[in-house]
Write a protein that binds this ligand. Structure first.
Ligand code: UN1
Length: 489
């Protein structure tokens, strides 16, 4: 297996530069940790400050570029990324672990997002109004927020950076991007592609390194006007306190505990497919993953048996191998955390119907593989039914009525996505009305997001803000109201 040959750098003011600290972090393949994909900087506060200063210096000119100019750059970035989709997708799979179909699919989603935001600067940026004085031209204009810190997680190392960076740049902002430490290579390739598309120096800067240093500086530095963050609730809430305390705008996308309610009239085959795909794709490491199957009445046994059979049949192994359905967890910590939750579930009295353990054997011994796990007899108050596990684990909760199912679905702190499998339109309407979730599905899985519509959660899943589609404009711009009158005399 190859060992690290290449060392990587930060991107500041249009140049690839070494971090000020000599210390580097190896980027390991979680399917086979003997493979190191590169060595990445562990940057210091000085590095972040120089990236912020470069962004500050680039802002006046960038914000004055025309919409069509910014549009052209984003179009070019989309085309360049499309040409590199298999290369970037492969890097993503090797460092994050998801399957190659998901890796390349995610990069293509990034391309679609870039194309959408390439169109944004060509759409309306404000509104005009009638004024009391009939000759006044009264209008609003959406102007950039300014310098934005972009902090992203490892689980969607291409799509999430792009869905934050593309609107950030499209609306005339400048960015300091801090990718997750576990997926620095995908971030590197994306920044390389965006830079090649012709962004002026300093408009996009990237600083690799730990959240406690790089993320913290972005949260505290008074020159940073806003911070957009996707990640854990714990880090997000801390960041929110620190950054809003100094008056910055903050956007959070946090966890989920997403339910799939299976009504007693549902197609069992369809419901099982939604549960498996929602729970096991990306090894369950999505904030939109399905982690609770709340099953109503008489079909519970049939559904659960079929779910268990389907989970047993899933092929698990390195994501780079096309025939595998599910790859490893992203890291040793992630694997240990999932195994710990499985233990907690057992101790709480839920029944493991399949999985529940780490996988061993030649394909598995150098990676962080856990078997697809189905808990039966999960009770709503159990920790495994309340807390985000972020792994290939789903629990079945059996209930007597759809009303109880919705009540239980809502009785968690999170409210990101939710799904109902049913053939009954009345039940669908009731579910849509009652469910506390930012993203609601009927007969489709809880995960997934179209690039051109708002994405975000209720309750503890976000900060009441939405990303993607036109909703992104609310975070990345501020409103200027203009009263334009004729000079008198
Ligand atoms: C998806 O379900 O495809 O971090 C997107 C996450 C979410 C994105 C999910 N912010 O998992």
């Amino acid at each position: 297996m190859a060992t690290a040959e290449r060392t990587y750098q930060n991107f500041i003011n249009g140049k690839w530069v070494d971090a000020s600290a000599a210390e580097r972090r190896p980027d390991q393949n979680p399917a086979d940790t003997r493979e190191v994909l590169g060595e990445f900087p562990r940057s210091t506060v000085e590095d972040v400050r120089s990236a912020i200063d470069a962004a500050v210096a680039a802002l006046p000119e960038w914000r004055r570029t025309s919409g069509p100019q910014r549009s052209a750059i984003l179009h070019k970035a989309a085309n360049l990324l499309e040409q590199r989709a298999s290369e970037v997708g492969e890097a993503l799979t090797l460092e994050e672990g998801k399957t190659i179909a998901e890796g390349v699919g995610e990069v293509m989603r990034g391309v679609a997002i870039l194309r959408y935001y390439a169109g944004e600067p060509l759409r309306p940026f404000g509104e005009n109004y009638q004024a009391t004085n009939p000759t006044t031209f009264l209008y609003t204009e959406q102007v950039p927020l300014g310098v934005v810190g972009v902090i992203t997680p490892w689980n969607f190392p291409a799509a999430i950076p792009i869905w934050k960076l593309a609107p950030c740049l499209a609306y005339g902002n400048v960015a300091v991007f801090k990718p997750a430490e576990l997926t620095p290579l995908t971030a590197h390739l994306i920044v390389e592609t965006l830079a090649e598309a012709g962004l002026p120096d300093g408009v996009l800067n990237m600083v690799q390194g730990p959240g406690s240093v790089v993320g913290n500086e972005l949260a505290t530095n008074p020159k940073v006007n806003g911070v957009t963050f996707t990640g854990s609730a714990e880090v997000g809430k801390q960041l929110y306190r620190v950054a809003t305390d100094r008056g910055a705008r903050v956007q959070l996308e946090l966890g989920g505990k997403n339910p799939l309610i299976v009504a007693d009239d549902a197609s069992v085959d369809q419901a099982v497919e939604l549960a498996i795909s929602g729970a096991m794709r990306s090894t369950g490491q999505k904030c939109t993953a399905t982690s609770r199957a709340i099953v109503v009445g008489r079909i519970a046994d049939q559904f659960t048996d079929a779910l268990v059979d389907r989970a047993k049949a899933l092929k698990v192994g390195p994501g780079i191998d096309k025939e595998n359905y599910m790859g490893p967890l992203v890291s040793e910590d992630a694997r240990n955390r999932v195994l710990e939750y499985i233990d907690i579930g057992k101790r709480e009295g839920a029944t493991v119907r399949t999985g529940g353990e780490q996988l061993s054997g030649s394909d598995y011994d150098h990676g962080y593989f856990v078997a697809p796990t189905i808990f039966d007899n999960m009770k709503p108050e159990m920790r495994i039914a309340q807390e985000e596990i972020f792994g290939p684990v789903i629990g079945v909760i059996r209930v007597d009525s759809i009303e109880d199912a919705i009540k239980i679905a809502n009785k968690v702190d999170y409210g990101l996505s939710a799904s109902l499998a049913t053939r009954d339109i009345g039940r669908a309407f009731e579910f849509i009305r009652q469910i506390e979730a930012g993203i609601v599905h009927v007969n489709s899985e809880t995960a997934g997001a179209e690039p051109h519509v708002p994405f975000g959660g209720m309750k503890d899943s976000s900060s009441y803000s939405r990303e993607q589609g036109r909703a992104a404009m609310e975070f990345f711009t501020q409103t200027k109201t203009v009263y334009l009158d004729m000079p008198s005399g």
